[in-house]
Design a protein around this ligand. Structure first.
Ligand SMILES: *Cc1c(COP(=O)(O)O)cnc(C)c1O
Length: 222
């Protein structure tokens, strides 16, 4: 595809997603400026990311530290205002690399990782990831552990801003978004990272302050 076409496509998709966020915010009587769009660029290279940067998007998400380290430093040099969010599971031995690259970490979910991030001098804004559907194979802490982990993370000096979750696939996500919002309210946490390409409007209606959108902006992943 010619560069000019890629530019129009990226700008058009970005406009669509922003319009969807605005529509959902209006329905919920919320201000759309309270919702951050995180463009999840995992598996996509600079050729796909640049058109979005040129269209004005500055907040991006990745799910692997090594992949982000390979492609983002050169892009950040050109666009220094870029803010990078880690949305995928983080191994404790990658904590120091993550802290160097990312301004926001969405996947804090266990005591060993809290310790590793604190030891790495983490100043990133952090979300506690909750396994909201209690699925055995998924990242995130159990619902019963949220309060204790939040306390531990704060005691370790992490800047805890909110809760993050990925609801179970293939079922209506709204009840899970509502449950995450309820937990956040109970804990006095202002931010909620929830909603992806298929359900970000629902998430915004239920209080998301961060939506993590990949394929609706970049197209299907190969
Ligand atoms: C890939 C990913 C997304 C984006 O998913 P899409 O369905 O492509 O929008 C959001 N959150 C996390 C944690 C992801 O890994």
């Amino acid at each position: 595809m010619a560069i000019a076409d890629a530019q129009v496509d990226a700008a058009g998709r970005l406009e669509n997603v922003r319009a969807g966020i605005a529509r959902a915010a209006r329905t919920a009587r919320r201000d759309a400026s309270g919702v951050t769009l995180v463009a999840v660029s995992k598996t996509f290279g600079a050729g796909d990311i640049l058109p979005l940067l040129e269209a004005g998007q500055r907040v991006f998400g990745e799910n692997r530290v090594a992949e982000a380290a390979a492609k983002w430093p050169a892009l950040v040099e050109r666009y220094p205002e870029v803010e990078l969010h880690l949305v995928g599971q983080l191994q404790s031995n990658k904590a120091a690399d993550a802290v160097r690259l990312f301004q926001v970490i969405h996947s804090v979910d266990r005591p060993s990782l809290i310790e590793a991030l604190a030891k790495a001098g983490c100043t990133a804004r952090c979300f506690l990831q909750v396994n909201i559907g209690e699925e055995p194979q998924k990242g995130g802490c159990g619902i019963a552990d949220v309060g204790r982990l939040l306390e531990q993370a704060r005691a370790a000096g992490l800047d805890m801003r909110g809760l993050m979750a990925v609801p179970p696939a293939g079922v209506e996500p709204a009840p899970y978004f509502a449950l995450l919002a309820k937990l956040g309210t109970e804990l006095g946490l202002p931010e909620l990272s929830m909603g992806m390409s298929g359900d970000y409007e629902t998430a915004v209606m239920l209080g998301a302050t961060c939506v993590r959108v990949g394929s609706a902006l970049f197209g299907e992943r190969g």
